[in-house]
Design a protein around this ligand. Structure first.
Ligand SMILES: C[S@@+](CC[C@H](N)C(=O)[O-])C[C@H]1O[C@@H](n2cnc3c(N)ncnc32)[C@H](O)[C@@H]1O
Ligand SMILES: Nc1nc2[nH]cc(C(=O)O)c2c(=O)[nH]1
Ligand code: SF4
Ligand SMILES: [Mg+2]
Length: 215
């Protein structure tokens, strides 16, 4: 029996987020998530999907001849075979990133992968799931992301930034407005006013293609 994963979609697009925003990237979206963030833009990946072998997924990815591959979901780390998938993508020579909720242990992820770890804010309604042990594992190859819904969320994110010294631990600290909840301009003004050591991140793909799946 070959290793398998339940997959919602594999597609080639421009990376809309993180430090590689704007670069052509293959996305592998894994099905299923144990969280229910109130703002989730990928709820279509909570169920359904197709069971596929790792070899089959790797073959489709190779067909795009990409430099960058992003493994997302759903929550990728909820499927144990996400770990060998990430390793095999690195072995194939791609620059690999992982989008993860921050609720699950990131320690087994191949160190070549840039782990993009969310800290879920109070207004996501899932902040009780944050696994703060992950903060000790972050390296300069990793990124921490706060998806911010309100001024209260912003103040909370700022306090976590200071408490864990995140700008010194991770290569990037990303503050992203929750699409539909917070005006990007307000978040931009707060970051400048407070002179924060963070990068404002907008979801480029939503400006280009709205909220279409597969883009
Ligand atoms: C859909 S999640 C999938 C990976 C993983 N479950 C996670 O939460 O990181 C990918 C990224 O999209 C972000 N996201 C989801 N809905 C969003 C929204 N409405 N506005 C801004 N970012 C959003 C998540 O916070 C996460 O950083
Ligand atoms: N273009 C594009 N970039 C993305 N970066 C992270 C995404 C995600 O859903 O995790 C995503 C996505 O869905 N589309
Ligand atoms: S953890 Fe990620 S996929 Fe799961 S509900 Fe939250 S944003 Fe959506
Ligand atoms: Mg998305």
């Amino acid at each position: 029996m070959q290793d398998t994963l339940r997959i919602t979609e594999v597609f080639y697009s421009l990376q809309g987020e993180t430090r590689t925003a704007g670069l052509p990237t293959v996305f592998v979206r894994l099905t299923g998530c144990p969280l229910r963030c109130q703002y989730c833009d990928s709820a279509y990946a909570f169920s359904g999907g197709t069971v596929r072998t790792l070899d089959d997924i790797l073959e489709q990815v190779a067909g795009y001849r990409p430099r960058y591959v992003c493994v997302t979901g759903g929550e990728p780390l909820a499927q144990p075979n996400a770990i060998p998938l990430l390793k095999q993508l690195c072995d194939a020579g791609y620059e690999v990133s992982l989008e993860t909720s921050g609720a699950l242990d990131i320690s087994a992820v191949d160190p070549r992968v840039s782990r993009v770890v969310d800290l879920k804010t109070p207004d996501s309604k899932e902040s009780h799931r944050n696994r703060y042990e992950n903060m000790d594992l972050l390296t300069a190859n990793d990124q921490v992301k706060f998806v911010i819904c309100s001024r209260d969320d912003y103040d909370w994110a700022n306090s976590k930034l200071i408490q864990y010294g995140l700008d010194r631990r991770a290569g990037e600290v990303l503050f992203s407005p929750s699409h539909h909840d917070l005006n990007a301009r307000d978040l931009a003004d707060w970051v400048v006013a407070d002179n924060l050591p963070v990068r404002l991140q907008l979801q480029l793909h939503k400006y280009l293609w709205n909220d279409e799946p597969g883009r």
